[in-house]
Ligand binder design. Structure first.
Ligand SMILES: Nc1ncnc2c1ncn2[C@@H]1O[C@H](COP(=O)(O)OP(=O)(O)OP(=O)(O)O)[C@@H](O)[C@H]1O
Length: 359
């Protein structure tokens, strides 16, 4: 359904007299099969939106090639647009029409009948908790309601391939959970292929069959969440030691079975009353460890086991946690298209192009 090879996007920016080149996407390969839900995960500024904009024909690749739904994103852009649904991060711009009319007009532009789009539109309003807002002007909706309206616009023509750029950013937990359900349902009921960007680990984990992790414009991992986690050194055992004077001995005992430090993951660590370390299989290791601690006269206030997270995967692969990477990107002022003067090779046409008339 999606195949990209060596996709590159370079922006040229100018701050004062100084020109800089930003290689936002740096040789990306992507393969997505029909019916897959793929989560495209990475910190702020990693290149997710830029990749998505190339795949949805809003931005011409500087180099490389991609086909989406069997069509070339450059030479067959119109066919690509007709075959996909796209919900941009920025959101679409709405006219002065009422929300329901806007949605119906949009659906009819894709060749659906009025009755079809009205039925489907009302269903989507209901599912995304917009019931009662069919005749409301979008400008009089809250931010979260507008975001959900964007999503209705992206889904009204029942596309079988949907691109969602950070779909749940700005939604409250209830609306977020509903949208997750809706995305799962799109695949289950209609066999839709979904490609979504996110920097929420739980979102990528819950929704995706497969996860692509991007960092600094390059794909650093592509696999199922389970396989990615299995590559990370084991489960984290967290011991809360009752007597602070026995912390070092407890660390030695855990250290005798724990993984040594590697790939950005620390070995056994002591923090306040806690001793933490990773073991391959906590279930097998714990009985022996408890015996050993007992024989050493060490009593525990608690013991907890944490399965590896996608953040551990990111840490192992990049040496930084996703949060640190995001903080660094923010501190460096990375983000936002539009901050800087953009080069002529970047077609920064409005994202709403795909949620407007089909062109
Ligand atoms: N139009 C532009 N002009 C200049 N630089 C840009 C432009 N668009 C993006 N960039 C830069 O390209 C890099 C990748 O940005 P992109 O928006 O693709 O990241 P992202 O992973 O989608 O981030 P986020 O999760 O915050 O949306 C960043 O360094 C960003 O500042």
């Amino acid at each position: 359904m999606i195949r990209a090879r060596g996709l590159v996007q370079t922006f040229h920016t100018r701050q004062g007299k100084q020109k800089t080149e930003v290689r936002a996407v740096d040789g990306v390969d992507i393969d997505v099969e029909e019916g897959e839900v793929v989560g495209f995960l990475g910190p702020n500024g990693a290149g997710k939106t830029t990749t998505l904009r190339m795949l949805t024909t809003l931005l011409k690749p500087t180099a490389g090639e991609a086909t989406v739904a069997g069509y070339d994103v450059v030479s067959q852009a119109q066919d690509v647009r007709r075959s996909i649904g796209y919900v941009s991060q920025a959101g679409g711009t709405f006219s002065a029409a009422r929300a329901g009319e806007e949605v119906m007009d949009h659906g009819m532009l894709y060749g659906r009948t009025k009755a079809e789009v009205e039925k489907r539109g009302k269903e989507l309003f209901d599912q995304l908790q917009l019931d009662g807002l069919w005749t409301r002007m979008p400008k009089n909706m809250s931010g979260g309601q507008k975001r959900r309206l964007d999503i209705v616009m992206g889904l009204i023509h029942e596309p079988t391939l949907v691109f969602l750029d950070e779909p749940t950013t700005g939604l409250d937990p209830q609306a977020r959970a509903n949208l997750w359900e809706h995305i799962a349902d799109l695949r289950a009921r209609r066999g839709a292929t979904v490609f979504l960007t996110t920097h929420y680990l739980d979102e990528a984990d819950t929704l995706s069959d497969r996860i692509l992790i991007i960092d600094r414009g390059r794909i650093v991992a592509a696999d199922t969440s389970e396989n990615l986690k299995a590559q990370v050194a084991g489960d984290l055992i967290d011991l809360e030691v009752s007597d602070p004077d026995r912390l070092t001995v407890a660390a030695e005992k855990l250290g005798s079975i724990a993984e040594p430090p590697r790939d950005g993951l620390p070995g056994v660590e002591i923090e306040e009353q806690h001793v933490r370390g990773r073991v391959q299989r906590a279930g097998r290791a714990i009985p022996g460890l408890l015996r050993d601690l007992d024989q050493g006269g060490i009593t525990l206030d608690s013991i907890e086991v944490h399965r590896p997270t996608l953040d551990d995967v990111f840490l192992t692969l990049t040496g930084r946690s996703l949060r640190d990477a995001e903080d660094a990107a923010e501190a460096a002022g990375e983000h936002p298209a539009g901050d800087a003067e953009t080069s002529d090779d970047a077609d920064t046409s409005n994202d709403s192009a795909l949620t407007g008339a089909d062109q």
